[in-house]
Design a protein around this ligand. Structure first.
Ligand code: FES
Length: 353
């Protein structure tokens, strides 16, 4: 099971990256370094009590393991409880932080041709992956396409320029949707037509081995479809969804069939919690929390995978799933923040991982 434990970490540095984004670097003491070791692309879950509510959010690390730094960028989102709170954090403050986790990771063994796409704050796991890849092997070829409204709003622009200066095997291409300049190729949003144009200009005739993409859903699908059409196998196209919209969640249909009441058993840390739950009611995570089970969660949006558990008996259905891969679903894993029972008896365990 993923550990639900939080550790108090001191903030070592806060930096304003753009007008609406701060980066926060944590001081990880020696005794926690092993616990906080990570793979590029993983995230931290931060927790704070804000107006009496336990608020948690997942933020990808933007540093690479070799840097020995734990840095995240937090972009202020409209009405975002945590991101608004985070803009006022300062050096020396303490935050509760869960050890790094996540499946959107890169692992460089043999030299490959990597193509990375990021939009806006989606750069955070991507810059970590880019740094790792260029540092891991001089023969890796890395091309990063990074979309923003304008240069001023580009998070980590200086750091990326520095990276490109230090490593000749990375090419970083900035695409701006609102910048006033004449380059039609580099102006606009990263949609299907733009992806094709960028590919033709920067990668034509090259065999692309691995694709990493982080940003909004439309961009992810456009990148996936394009590279699938170029023969890149699905398992080499890795994505992390940022900016998931809750409206989608409301639209999602759980089940056309009639409502049933399920007797649900949730197992966590060898403890069992039992309750009745309607197939059309709240999700399993919420229901377990209402029973005071200390279940792990972060995004509650089907993105981060923190709430993953395994169905041991019965069946459940998810509204959304942006993080489990088909094999995991096949094995019976669910995102409990998205799952509802479909059978009269359901046993779900957080202890299988
Ligand atoms: S809490 Fe993030 S996927 Fe469920």
């Amino acid at each position: 099971m993923m550990s639900t434990q939080f550790y108090k970490l001191k903030i070592k540095d806060v930096k304003k990256e753009t007008s609406d984004t701060v980066s926060i670097t944590f001081d990880v003491p020696n005794e926690l370094r092993e616990k906080f070791s990570f793979t590029s692309g993983q995230y931290l879950t931060l927790k704070a009590m804000i107006d009496g509510e336990d608020v948690r959010r997942a933020y990808s690390l933007s540093t690479a393991p070799y840097e020995n730094e734990w840095k995240v960028a937090i972009k202020k989102v409209e009405n975002g409880t945590f991101s608004t709170y985070a803009q006022h954090l300062k050096k020396g403050d303490e935050l509760e932080v869960m050890a790094p986790t996540g499946n959107f990771t890169a692992n460089s063994t043999t030299p490959k041709n990597y193509v990375l796409f990021a939009a806006g704050s989606g750069i955070t796991p991507i810059i970590s992956i880019a740094k790792y890849l260029v540092n891991a092997n001089d023969s890796n070829k890395v091309t990063l396409f990074y979309g923003n409204k304008s240069e001023r709003e580009t998070i980590y622009k200086l750091e990326l320029d520095e990276l490109a200066k230090n490593y000749s095997h990375i090419n970083i291409v900035y695409i701006y949707s609102r910048q006033d300049f004449d380059n039609t190729l580099l102006k606009g949003r990263i949609d299907s037509a733009k992806i094709e144009a960028l590919y033709n200009e920067y990668l034509a005739n090259e065999e692309v081995n691995e694709v990493y993409v982080c940003g909004p859903e439309e961009m992810i699908f456009a990148v996936k479809n394009f590279f699938a059409s170029k023969g890149v196998d699905d398992k080499h196209i890795h994505f992390e969804l940022f900016n998931t919209s809750n409206s989608k969640k409301e639209e999602a249909e759980i089940d056309e069939s009639e409502e049933i009441t399920s007797h649900v058993t949730v197992i966590i840390d060898d403890e069992e919690f039992e309750f009745d739950l309607s197939s059309k009611g709240k999700n399993i995570l919420q229901a377990a929390q209402d029973e005071d089970a200390d279940v792990p969660f972060s995004c509650k949006g089907g993105v981060c995978c923190t709430c993953k558990a395994k169905v041991l008996e019965g069946k459940a259905k998810m509204d959304l799933n942006y993080s489990l891969d088909p094999e995991e679903v096949e094995e019976g894993f669910i995102l409990t923040c998205q799952a509802h029972p479909l059978t009269k008896k359901l046993v779900v365990s957080f202890d299988e991982y």
